[in-house]
Design a protein around this ligand. Structure first.
Ligand code: ADP
Length: 289
């Protein structure tokens, strides 16, 4: 067993977390292997495609359900050439393979609760191990960590560069979750909600147009079973209770970048890139033309 997998095992057991042996080794190899390759680049934690020492970014996205973590994490992962690892997707994959684990997860997810730290760490470790085998470097984690215990375990095995906390007005979150649709054939993500909210305290009005599917997807749209009004309200409550303290965990460590989404993707994406010190590829293209 490597020193790293011993470290994650020790870290997990100090926190009374039982991590299965192969998964623990994977998390060690996956997360901490990256740390070994990384070194610290110190001051400016933001931006930049590749670090001075040649490694790729190690970022985390935090934010309430419906805020758009998946959308922006996926765009950035393509831009920065790092894997986008969403624990919600790992949970949905596990749900899709029938068996006792799927039954257990269905009950939890469809009630808007969090899956246990043990299960999530094991799913994440397995995913990291697969990435390691493919030679993946860096990562953008989306939906993990969601509890202080998960944050402590992650902090114990890897050195994050930056934690991006996406924020959106509460009124928009519920509508965005309920409006989410996926094409069951091509897997494309859409949103049928049209959000138009008056400005707060004289602030600007917020308009988020729907992201409608092309005609060929229209009849194949499906919604997530946990995107009903009742379940989303419970997920928001759970986020405030268990995940909001994670924001403070990273704020105290100087790693948190707060980003208030000003509106839909066309408005927010360039501003997010600016906040991250990343050159906008669209501007680059038009400047070169
Ligand atoms: N880090 C995690 N810890 C515990 N449960 C998780 C975690 N990530 C995902 N889940 C489970 O998967 C569900 C879906 O996650 P996700 O797609 O990230 O949803 P959301 O839109 O609420 O951010 C969550 O409601 C929760 O049950």
């Amino acid at each position: 067993m490597s020193a790293i997998s011993r470290a994650i095992r020790a870290c997990a057991s100090r926190r009374n977390l039982s991590v299965q042996a192969p998964a623990a080794a994977a998390a060690g190899a996956g997360l901490a292997g990256r740390r070994a390759a990384a070194g610290r680049d110190g001051r400016d934690r933001r931006g930049g495609e590749e670090k001075k020492d040649g490694r790729r970014v190690q970022w985390v996205f935090l934010g309430c359900p419906g805020v758009g973590k998946g959308t922006y994490a996926s765009r950035l992962s393509q831009l920065l050439d790092v894997p986008h690892i969403a624990t919600g997707d790992l949970v949905r994959l596990a749900l899709a393979s029938p068996g006792p684990l799927a039954d257990q997860l269905t009950e939890i997810v469809n009630n808007g609760k969090l899956v246990s730290d043990e299960i999530i760490i094991n799913l994440l470790s397995k995913r990291l191990e697969e990435g390691e085998e493919k030679g993946e470097l860096g990562f953008i984690l989306d939906g993990f960590p969601r509890t202080i215990r998960q944050a402590e375990i992650l902090e114990g095995v890897t050195d994050l560069d930056l934690v991006i906390n996406l924020k959106l007005r509460e009124e928009a979150l519920l509508a965005k979750c309920i409006g989410r649709r996926t094409c069951s054939q091509c897997g494309g993500n859409f949103n049928v909600a049209s959000i138009d909210i008056e400005g707060e305290n004289g602030g600007p009005r917020m308009y988020m147009p729907p992201l409608l599917p092309p005609p060929e997807c229209e009849s194949k749209l499906i919604s997530r079973a946990d995107d009903t009004e009742e379940v989303v309200k419970e997920r928001l409550r759970v986020y405030h209770d268990l995940s909001e303290p994670v924001e403070e965990f990273y704020r105290a460590r100087g790693k948190l970048l707060e980003f208030n989404l000003p509106g839909g993707i066309p408005e927010s994406w360039p501003k997010l890139l600016q906040a991250l010190n990343i050159e906008d590829p669209d501007n680059k293209r038009s400047a070169a033309a």
